[in-house]
Design a protein around this ligand. Structure first.
Ligand code: TXA
Ligand code: MG
Length: 325
């Protein structure tokens, strides 16, 4: 049962990767690194395997999973890509983009992984370990972020173990992930391109390739993005946004060269990027939240972060972390 599975620690070498692929083939759940965050992978074609992901994460069953594939040829067997989807795939794969497209009539991703929707979320990750596991597994691997539902996403193997040790068959330790934020989720069907979740590919990047800004996801169209719950990415501490002054005893999440006033009396502080670089800030966001939460502070005060480029996804995660639970 939950908490009673011995979780194997696998090294990121040939033997570890082969074992991870074998475990997935045998119906197990394995955490592995991608360029965005660690994923919790299982055979996307097998409902029993997929059920184990939902159980380990305590994830609501209505929230569909992303299926990961090694290349575009494999993607085309699972989903129907229109012209916009083809352009985005060409421009950003492998990379931090997920396309939600109509599921192929002969696709292999099971209903459970798609939460019963007609669409399927597909991604080709840009990480050598992930890609090696995917090509060895020879089937789509469903992989949400490797954290318990609602919690902060993991960018190191230690983050994964803190949430899931004893709940999963294995973790493959590939060090710190590069992008640090989840993939950008874009829906391409019904003649529209909708940005469902900001992420590692920016809105500006999408607009450049599409020649026009993507459409906004409309909340009245749920369940287009059923997993986009208001409260998510939540540390134990409460989050206070747009803090320009840190109160004594608070933990401080900072950005840029100018320190917020009161930092010297903070319980702990972490600067996402002292030089004000949003790429660096994205890569360090979840590690910063994990670190400050571990300080035991009851409030994490967050300095303002600019909203352009990757700042959109950073602010999206911070808003959800701060949302009422
Ligand atoms: O970077 C990432 O995307 C990571 C790594 C491991 O690849 N994965 C990840 O998965 O973030 P997860 O499950 O935490 O987020 C998947 C998001 C959810 O918001 C879910 O609702 C949405 O994608 N999604 C999946 N299938 C969908 C569908 N058919 N229609 C709309 N949204 C969908
Ligand atoms: Mg997640």
């Amino acid at each position: 049962h939950l908490g009673s599975i011995p979780t194997a620690r696998l090294n990121a070498d040939a033997a570890g990767i082969a074992e991870a692929a074998r475990l997935v083939g045998a119906g197990g759940v394995v955490a592995f690194p991608t360029e965005t965050v660690y994923g919790l992978g299982a055979d996307a074609t097998d409902p029993v395997s997929v059920a184990k992901i939902f159980a380990a994460k305590e994830r609501p069953r209505f929230n569909p999973l992303i299926s990961h594939l090694p290349d575009l040829a494999a993607v085309r067997r699972e989903g129907v890509l229109n012209a916009a989807a083809e352009r985005l795939a060409e421009a950003f794969w492998p990379g931090p983009l997920t396309l939600v497209v109509p599921a192929s009539s002969d696709g292999s991703v099971c209903d459970f992984a798609r939460a019963g929707l007609q669409s399927v979320a597909l991604r080709v990750p840009d990480h050598p370990i992930a890609r090696e596991i995917l090509s060895r597994a020879n089937r789509p691997i469903a992989a949400p972020s490797a954290n318990r539902s609602g919690r902060v996403s993991p960018t190191t193997a230690e983050h994964v173990l803190a949430d899931l040790d004893g709940r999963i068959a294995a973790i493959l330790d590939g060090g710190t992930t590069r992008v640090g934020l989840e993939s950008t989720v874009v829906a391409c069907f019904d003649g529209r391109v909708r940005l469902l979740r900001p992420g590692g590919v920016t809105r500006e990047d999408l607009a450049r390739v599409l020649g026009a800004a993507p459409d906004e996801a409309d909340n009245s169209e749920r369940p287009v993005g059923p997993g986009l719950l208001a409260s998510h990415y939540a540390p134990r501490a409460a989050i206070r946004l747009n803090a320009t002054r840190i109160e004594p005893g608070e933990a401080a999440l900072l950005f840029g060269p100018a320190d917020a006033s009161g930092v010297s009396e903070a319980r702990a502080h972490f600067n996402l990027s002292p030089s004000g670089d949003l790429v660096e800030a994205a890569a360090r966001l979840f590690a910063g939240l994990h670190r400050l939460d571990a300080s035991g502070a009851s409030v994490i005060a967050v300095a303002p972060v600019p909203g352009s480029g990757l700042g959109e996804a950073i602010n999206d995660r911070l808003r959800r972390a701060a949302a009422p639970r």
